[in-house]
Design a protein around this ligand. Structure first.
Ligand code: NAP
Length: 343
């Protein structure tokens, strides 16, 4: 059967709220504003119809401007786009949730977003400080609000029409289950780090059972070492199917039923990342059975603090070895180990 293009055009219907999410999305976490502008423009030209942003990234206005230009030029219509943005940790108090979305909509120049995510399950004190630290350089958390209280405020936003769906990001399975158990409007999307070195099968199984879309960020491992695109299993498959290793990793992500967000500032790679086609079953099986490396590259799930952190060179790091954090279910947050300021 000829299946080419079925992956890049795939949209996954959302079970809670309204709409369908394009399986392939473009992330706007790009530090340099000029590069972000060019990359988002190229992504829209190439055919990406799913943009992921966040209050924290500082790129909502750039994405908004790029979309506005495309709408006005008539090359893209609003209803073809799927736009996600995220509530940052200092806005978890219920009375701050609506104004935070309003401010994001203003920057994005939109009337609504397709999906609004709680960026992390960790609350920071209400105020303007996005990265609160005490005199010992330790993160300050807000114990005056629970994740369920924040979730209730998110549900109201769906009722009011500011977002079509809501979801969670950087969350572990146990915490997700707590929200699903009490939600009036269930999470439509859960955005977490996931790639061949961090497949998150258990979380994915739960999401599939519940009709939740798991959206993989860093599907290429953020380009960090050990490089997913240099994995011997993946490179061998790439040679066999005449695709690049990146295209193999992205196809794998879509074929196992996740949505994904990739990012590049390189126009050729932006095109490459959209041009994916299905892998044969034996390739999927090989990736499942033969890739043994396990790495979590981003520490945010532990602390709510941004940061891709290079793993120790000598060994891959099992995510299960890492300690839980207070709002993820007990224990102390691990220190912020020299992470860069990406999120
Ligand atoms: N919820 C969260 O906490 C969270 C955290 C992190 C990210 N995100 C979202 O997820 C998006 C994607 O994350 P990510 O940037 O880590 O994704 P990624 O696509 O795994 O990694 C991007 C890196 O890979 C390189 N790259 C891209 N395409 C490539 C290709 N075809 N071949 C080789 N290298 C390639 C890029 O370099 P070049 O630019 O040089 O091509 C860049 O360094 C972000 O933009 C953001 O929207 C969310």
């Amino acid at each position: 059967m000829f299946l080419s293009n079925t992956l890049r055009d795939k949209r996954i219907p959302l079970a809670y709220g309204a709409g369908a999410i394009p399986a392939i999305g473009f992330g706007t976490l790009i530090r340099d504003p000029g590069a972000a502008k060019q990359a988002i423009k190229t992504a829209l030209e190439v055919g990406f119809r799913h943009l992921d942003s966040a209050e924290l990234y500082g790129t909502e206005d750039i994405a908004g401007h790029a979309m506005r230009e495309a709408f006005e030029a008539g090359t893209v219509r609003r209803k073809e786009m799927f736009v996600t943005t995220k509530l940052w940790n200092n806005n978890h108090r219920p009375e701050r949730v609506g104004p935070a979305l309003e401010a994001s909509l203003h920057r994005l120049q939109l009337d609504y977003v397709d999906c609004y995510l709680i960026h992390t399950p960790f609350a920071f004190p209400p105020g303007d400080e996005q990265h609160p630290k005490d005199e010992h350089d330790q993160v300050i958390y807000d114990t005056g609000v629970t994740l369920v209280e924040t979730w209730r405020a998110m549900e109201s936003l769906v009722d009011e029409g500011g977002c079509r769906t809501i979801g969670l990001s950087d969350i572990r399975l146990d915490k997700l289950k707590e929200i699903v158990a009490v939600a009036r409007i269930k999470p439509a999307v859960v955005q977490v780090e996931s790639h061949p070195y961090l497949p998150e099968w258990e979380l994915l199984d739960f999401c599939h059972e519940q009709g939740i879309v798991l959206q993989a960020f860093a599907p290429l491992g953020h380009g960090m070492e050990p490089r997913v695109t240099e994995d011997p299993v993946i490179t061998a498959i790439a040679r066999r199917v005449h695709k690049t290793p990146a295209q193999v990793a992205l196809a794998w992500a879509v074929q196992r039923g996740t949505a994904l967000l990739t990012t590049s500032t390189n126009p050729d790679r932006i095109r490459e990342n959209f041009d994916i086609s299905p892998l044969p079953d034996d390739a999927l099986r090989e990736m499942h059975d033969n890739i043994a490396t396990t790495v979590r590259f981003n520490a945010v799930v532990e602390t709510g603090v941004p940061g891709f952190v290079p793993p120790p060179r000598e060994a891959s790091t099992s995510p299960d070895d890492r300690p839980p954090s207070p709002r993820q279910g007990g224990g102390s947050p691990s220190p912020h180990r020299g992470a860069n300021s990406d999120l």
